[in-house]
Design a protein around this ligand. Structure first.
Ligand code: PHE
Length: 332
């Protein structure tokens, strides 16, 4: 009986039940053995009884094992043990440019600036004319422009100042906007330049806005961004849409202004252009320069991120190598 039962396989509850009936049921094989027991001579009864009990236990254990195996089966069939802990899934990280963009927006939103958006494909009016770039003026060459299909009036924006024009056209002062976005310039790609990059420009227009307001706002920004000891410096510059215009430097984020090879031993790093909005720009958007004044500023996000993270080559930002991208914390 034992040998026979050993070979038995059961793959369902019904088969297990059939096995039980065959061996342990009322008319099953074990009962036949019990009947046999009566005929066994007395002196062998002890020995025989022990054997019977052994087989009965063996059969019962086999049934229990059948039940246990049946419960395990679905997992074994697919080869997975569902009780094992799962494979860890690596979380993605924010792109360094996104981290920095969010941080810049966060800083200015604390000063009451709201985000404004606009199209990447623009017209001459919003990118140049409304910003006081005269027709055929060499200032247009400051930003090498991609034109679409040789149409002089359809182009990729070279700066997000175009969003500021749209904002001025659609809103009355006071205006306080920050304009993040991709911009395009026909430049050779190198470690320090790319034909696509990201800008954030800001615009503030109200009554009695002065250059002192501009300077204090940018000082606040620089210290929030690069640390409380950061110093700023404004150098005279030229942009068609601001007068006076300036370039802003911050004290070197690496050496703290003492001089190192990142700041070429000058102690300063240039991070943005800025200035008081030219009255011609206000006028072309129907804002009266006799009543209102304002300031504007613009910076490249790549450059701010390079200084913050000490990235030496801005091409890394566009290569999507996870070994590079995974090094930045999701701070904001
Ligand atoms: N639009 C300028 C640029 O892209 C930056 C700038 C903005 C300068 C606002 C002054 C004021 O180079």
């Amino acid at each position: 009986i034992k040998k026979e039962a050993e070979a038995f396989v059961a793959n369902s509850e019904e088969e297990i039940e059939a096995f039980r009936i065959q061996y342990l049921g009322k008319k099953g094989k074990m009962n036949e053995v019990f009947a046999e027991f009566k005929k066994v001579p007395n002196e062998q009864k002890r020995e025989f009884g022990k054997k019977i009990n052994e087989i009965k236990t063996f059969l019962q254990e086999k049934i229990d094992r059948f039940h246990a195996d049946l419960q395990k089966q679905p997992e074994e069939a697919s080869g997975d043990d569902l009780t094992l802990p799962g494979d860890p899934v690596k979380w993605g990280t924010r792109h360094p440019l996104s981290i920095v963009r969010r941080e810049i927006i966060d800083i200015f939103s604390r000063l009451g600036y709201v985000v404004a958006d606009g199209p990447e494909i623009e017209d001459d009016h919003h990118v140049f004319s409304a910003l006081n770039f005269p027709e055929e003026h060499p200032a247009r060459d400051m930003q090498d422009t991609f034109f679409i299909e040789k149409q002089p009036d359809v182009l990729l924006r070279t700066h997000t100042s175009s969003i500021q024009v749209r904002t001025m056209e659609q809103n009355d002062p006071p205006i306080r906007v920050i304009c993040p976005g991709r911009v395009f310039r026909n430049e050779a790609i190198s470690a320090r330049a790319h034909c696509i990059f990201h800008q954030i420009e800001g615009l503030y227009i109200d009554k009695d806005v002065s250059f002192a307001d501009l300077k204090q706002t940018l000082l606040y920004f620089a210290r929030e961004m690069f640390g409380a000891d950061t110093e700023i410096r404004l150098r005279p510059s030229y942009f068609p849409f601001t007068e006076p215009s300036a370039e802003m430097d911050v004290s070197c984020t690496i050496c703290g202004g003492k001089g190192c090879n990142v700041c070429k031993y000058t102690g300063w790093l240039e991070i943005m252009g800025c200035g008081m909005v030219d009255p011609n720009v206000l006028e072309s958007s129907d804002i009266d320069p006799e009543i209102y004044s304002g300031f504007a500023f613009g910076m490249g996000i790549e450059r701010i991120a390079m200084l913050k993270y000490q990235v030496k080559d801005l091409r890394y930002y566009f290569e999507n190598d996870v070994r590079f991208l995974g090094q930045f914390e999701n701070e904001v």
